[in-house]
Design a protein around this ligand. Structure first.
Ligand SMILES: [Zn+2]
Length: 261
């Protein structure tokens, strides 16, 4: 049997070795009958059933396919989730599916800041104790949750729904930048904090928003960028360390307690 040599460094796995039983009464074991082995080699990455899951049920396959559509979930993890759900009591599974249906049917976007909400205006926008003159512009609701978890910010938000990304086909018209402009022009806003990702798309979006609202008289600020808390300088990249030096802060500010906006 001819076997193509595997490239150097390729992991291989023995997947089949066949040894037939001797033929009774044959007076001995002929060489050809004595050993028949089939040896096939193939790259390690193509081995295993994870590449081709063979389902015994169409219902199972459909459920796995739906779970596998979730971000970061592959077919194997999806199968594990589905099998877990199968082991649950029926009322637990119904509660799970009801929560998803109610979420889809009942969730709203805040008419003011576009945060997710159960009501027309979210709890943050409806909180009279917050500073409504300071608006923090974020990419998604996850960023709202992250900033809220710091318990350092008492202003309100504006959720863009993404950032400008020509490669992904996302333009300013796909985001809530127009609503932010109208919100600023309506008055009552003193400062807009740009809290977008420090990526090229985030910077592009920051600059676009800045150009749109800079003539309205509001203060436009952005998040401080520099060495993270707990980082050692020798491991900081040049850009981050350079920005940290350029945008250094008075030492007294570093040990004063948080100053919520
Ligand atoms: Zn809101």
């Amino acid at each position: 049997m001819q076997v193509a040599p595997a490239p150097f460094g390729t992991k291989i796995q023995l997947i089949s070795l066949w040894v037939p039983a001797p033929v009774p009464g044959s007076g001995g074991l002929k060489k050809n009958n004595y050993l028949r082995s089939a040896l096939r080699l193939r790259p390690w990455c193509e081995t295993g059933r994870e590449m081709n899951l063979n389902y015994s049920s169409k219902l199972l396959e459909n459920a796995v396919a739906e779970f596998a559509r979730l971000p970061g979930i592959g077919p194997k993890t999806a199968l594990r989730m589905v099998l877990f759900m199968l082991r649950q009591e029926p009322e637990d599974v119904y509660r799970f599916s009801d929560a998803l249906l109610q979420l889809k049917d009942g969730i709203k976007y805040c008419e003011c800041c576009h945060n997710l909400s159960d009501t027309a205006r979210c709890a943050i926008c409806g909180d009279a104790g917050r500073d409504h003159s300071t608006v923090c512009v974020v990419e998604s609701i996850r960023d709202v949750m992250s900033i809220e978890n710091t318990m350092q910010y008492r202003g309100v938000y504006h959720v863009l729904g993404g950032v400008i990304s020509p490669i992904d086909g996302v333009g300013p018209g796909d985001l809530t930048i127009g609503d932010l402009e109208r919100r600023v022009q309506a008055g009552g806003v003193r400062e807009v904090i740009l809290a977008l990702s420090t990526t090229m798309e985030g910077d592009m979006t920051n600059f676009y928003i800045y150009r749109k609202i800079k003539d309205s008289g509001v203060i436009v600020s952005t998040l401080a960028r520099g060495v993270a808390v707990g980082d050692e300088l020798e491991y900081a990249d040049q850009l981050t360390l350079g920005r940290s030096i350029v945008h250094r802060t008075p030492f007294e500010d570093t040990f004063q307690s948080g100053n919520p906006a």
